[in-house]
Design a protein around this ligand. Structure first.
Ligand SMILES: C[S@@+](CC[C@H](N)C(=O)[O-])C[C@H]1O[C@@H](n2cnc3c(N)ncnc32)[C@H](O)[C@@H]1O
Length: 280
């Protein structure tokens, strides 16, 4: 089969599920991954012969795509903050917004510091931070399968992280940190109806949802932990639900944090907040 025929077949089969632009962009990604063909080379291609093994790979991908499986799970990988991460349904797929959170920390914190990442998932935040000089990182998650994946990602990116399997609602430690970062579950169940099937059917619920009547439950628990385990003048950095930015400011304030700062993501939504612990 020629590449141009493979492409035609790919577009036709996926047309009922995806817009044309998205199909072409997925096709490009798969050509790069399965045929080792760069997007520029692909523009000029068409007559190349694709062997049976390669056709099979595309056929399997089409079945998964028709099932609305996220491309990152199909490829079992994604890039985040310039690094490659193994992806699996054990953990949330790292999002571009979260790269902005990492970047905020990297650009703001220049000293040698001890960091705790709560709800590490794939390890995207902790691995990206541990990759920087001077940052010593612990990473915690309640999910043993997510932690297993995070460990693989730490190994793949050659960083040392101390992993902790624990439930943040029960975790007690006598360790002190200079910085606590978290992108905890923050989507209310009532927001599900706005979400796409590829998220709802494949990504772990444990990573996403909170009860409608207690949307800040994780932040509350993390700030309680910070009460005893964050040095004075230490910082918290959170990714947040854009609908609760004012409530998050008040919450940080009520725990004695100062220099509270909200930050918008690249879509202009209040997506991040940080504060400094200063009790006196
Ligand atoms: C929104 S995901 C964030 C994953 C990753 N840090 C990222 O930014 O892509 C939230 C993570 O919190 C973890 N989690 C959920 N409940 C938890 C709990 N009670 N204690 C600790 N971690 C929890 C989930 O397993 C999941 O990995």
């Amino acid at each position: 089969m020629k590449l141009k025929d493979l492409k035609k077949d790919f577009i036709t089969k996926l047309a009922i599920t995806y817009p044309n632009e998205e199909i072409l962009s997925i096709f490009k990604i798969l050509c790069e991954e399965y045929l080792n063909m760069s997007p520029t080379k692909l523009l000029l291609a068409g007559e190349e012969l694709i062997d049976k093994k390669q056709i099979d790979m595309f056929s399997k991908a089409i079945i998964k795509l028709l099932n609305e499986e996220p491309i990152q799970y199909i490829l079992e990988s994604t890039s985040f903050y310039g690094l490659e991460f193994i992806c699996s349904p054990s953990a949330l797929i790292p999002r571009p917004e979260t790269e902005e959170l990492v970047d905020w920390i990297v650009k703001s914190e220049t000293n040698e510091i001890k960091i705790l990442d709560i709800g590490t998932g794939t390890g995207c935040i902790s691995v990206s931070l541990a990759n920087r000089n001077g940052f010593v990182v612990d990473a915690l998650d309640v999910s043993s399968s997510a932690l297993e994946l995070a460990k693989q990602n730490a190994k793949k990116n050659e960083v040392d992280i101390n992993f902790i399997e624990a439930d943040i609602f029960e975790y007690i430690s006598n360790k002190q940190y200079d910085l606590i970062v978290s992108n905890p579950p923050y989507i209310r169940n009532l927001e599900k109806k706005k979400m796409q099937n590829n998220v709802l059917n494949f990504e772990p619920r444990l990573a996403l949802f909170v009860e409608d009547d207690n949307p800040l439950v994780f932040y509350n628990s993390i700030l309680q932990f910070a009460n005893s385990n964050l040095y004075e003048k230490g910082s918290v950095y959170f990714e947040i639900n854009e609908n609760f930015s004012r409530e998050m400011e008040s919450l940080l304030y009520s725990y004695g944090f100062t220099e509270i700062e909200l930050k918008k993501d690249s879509f202009g939504k209040n997506r991040f907040i940080r504060g400094l612990k200063s009790l006196h």
